[in-house]
Design a binder for this molecule. Structure first.
Ligand code: CMC
Length: 434
């Protein structure tokens, strides 16, 4: 369903010039209405100003819906709680990309396609060897995924819907292989090829941890937990990295370049980098008796310290993903028999912050990243790889948005305006006279 103009109009009047403009109000299938300001500049000569897109919808989309006040997250209409309980990551990826849940045949075809495109080009090994041994895996992932544009450039016609779909499948299929290869390069292990008899998450864990000299025995909870985390991270409407993918996509760029740009945006600690930052923070806090001090520091604006894994631009009640992850965290630690003292620190921190007026007034709650790092740690995934995990999962969302953007009639090149605050025209003076 596309957003329809409703009868309501907003009239804006500039009191200085007395110029008015009638602006249509658009309404989607659910959620707040939006004032369509597309003709504002043409009719009044004015722009709008909204740093950080606090009040601006950048596109129409039918993929994901969030109600931040009610803690609701829907993928293609399905509540995240139902998908977390009943779906798998690959099925959820199909849903995001195609708009509907697959029947058994459609799922089997999709799984076959993803499985049989999971190898990476041998040339990429040479590419990886160009990185310094201690390169951050997010830097390697970003560069390597971007380099896929060089492998699929001239032979990819992005005007062709089938070829666009294949690019989406290739990205979903190859990113775990490339991610695991980046990790193994940093620890000096030989790269493992993807094994087609394994399902998506188990295959990835094998590529991460299997050594040539002995078989890998994975506890059942490992792939289950990873699959759940991937479902929860798969999409989140117009977050910074997805908006970046769309912005780059709006120029007609190659999809691998678009996703590389999304990976770069994801890396920042305010976004996907938060899961790595949470573990570093919990490590630094060290013990439950230090939690009080950490909370005081987080409230002090001069400290430059925030509680990582807390707060969200959209969720102002609770993050439904955090609730699900918290439960899984207990299950994983329990099943694996792991006693992680950082869990106690995390629980105390959550308890202290949720009681504190600073956090209550600002509606700051644990977000998806607060507990995910503890699960990854229990699965023996090093913290430098946490944001890479997020990137693997979010690739499904990124490609779904890239595909949708190419099917949307009013997609235009993204080109925001600005309020210029620099010097006005002045005369050039030769260097000898300055
Ligand atoms: N710790 C302490 N204070 C905070 C925090 C925090 N984690 N988050 C926000 N605040 C305060 C902030 O100082 C501001 O206070 P005041 O109104 O007095 O100036 C107020 O809360 C609003 O914060 P904001 O930065 O204007 O809010 P935002 O919507 O621009 O930022 C956020 C959202 C997620 C970037 C921010 O809450 C944050 O930096 N959190 C920590 C990083 C994090 O966990 N990021 C992961 C987000 S979820 C996964 C993802 O999207 O990738």
């Amino acid at each position: 369903m596309s957003a329809q103009p409703v009868s309501t109009q907003v009239v804006l009047t500039d009191s200085a010039t007395n110029k008015s403009v009638n602006l249509p109000v658009l309404r989607g299938s659910v959620g707040p209405a939006a004032i369509d300001i597309g003709k504002l500049q043409k009719e009044t000569g004015m722009f709008t100003y909204d740093p950080g897109f606090m009040s601006t919808a950048s596109c129409k989309s039918a993929i994901t819906y969030i109600d931040g006040d009610a803690g609701v997250l829907l993928y293609r209409g399905y509540p995240i709680e139902q998908l977390a309980k009943q779906s798998t990551f690959l099925e959820t990826s199909y849903l995001l990309v195609n708009g509907e849940l697959p029947n058994a045949q459609q799922f089997s075809d999709f799984e076959h396609l993803v499985t049989h495109h999971s190898m990476m080009h041998e040339g990429l090994k040479t590419f990886l060897h160009g990185f310094h041994y201690d390169a951050h895996p997010m830097a390697m992932l970003c560069g390597t995924i971007g380099s896929l544009a060089a492998f699929y450039h001239d032979n990819l016609d992005i005007e062709d819907a089938d070829q666009r779909k294949m690019a989406a499948v290739r990205l979903i299929a190859k990113i775990p292989t490339i991610a695991a290869a980046c990790y193994r390069y940093t620890i000096g292990w030989p790269i493992r090829y993807p094994r087609n008899n394994l399902e998506y998450c188990t295959r990835f864990l094998h590529m991460m941890f299997e050594v040539p000299s002995e078989p890998l025995h994975l506890p059942a909870v490992a792939a289950k937990a990873l699959d759940l985390l991937f479902i929860l991270h798969a999409d989140h409407e117009q977050n910074a990295s997805t908006s970046t993918v769309r912005m780059v996509g709006s120029t007609g760029a190659n999809p691998y370049a678009c996703v590389a740009a999304g990976i770069a945006a994801l890396w920042g600690p305010a976004h996907g980098g938060a899961n790595e930052a949470v573990l570093k923070m919990l490590d630094e806090i060290g013990s439950a008796d230090q939690v009080g001090k950490a909370v005081e520091r987080a409230k002090d604006k001069n400290s430059g310290f925030r509680l990582m894994g807390f707060g969200h631009r959209v969720y102002k009640n609770f993050d439904p993903r955090a609730t699900i992850i918290r439960e899984m965290c207990y299950q994983v630690l329990n099943d694996l028999g792991v006693h992680d003292p950082l869990l106690e620190v995390a629980l105390k921190l959550e308890e202290a912050a949720l009681k504190d007026p600073y956090f209550i007034e600002r509606k700051l709650y644990p977000n998806v990243d607060f507990y995910s790092g503890l699960i990854y740690k229990a699965l023996k995934i090093p913290k430098e790889m946490f944001t890479v995990m997020f990137a693997i999962a979010r690739t499904s969302g990124w490609v779904a948005h890239w595909l949708e953007q190419h099917l949307t009639a009013d997609t235009k090149i993204g080109r925001p305006r600005q309020i210029y605050t620099g010097p006005i025209t002045r005369e050039y003076t030769p260097i000898s006279k300055r």
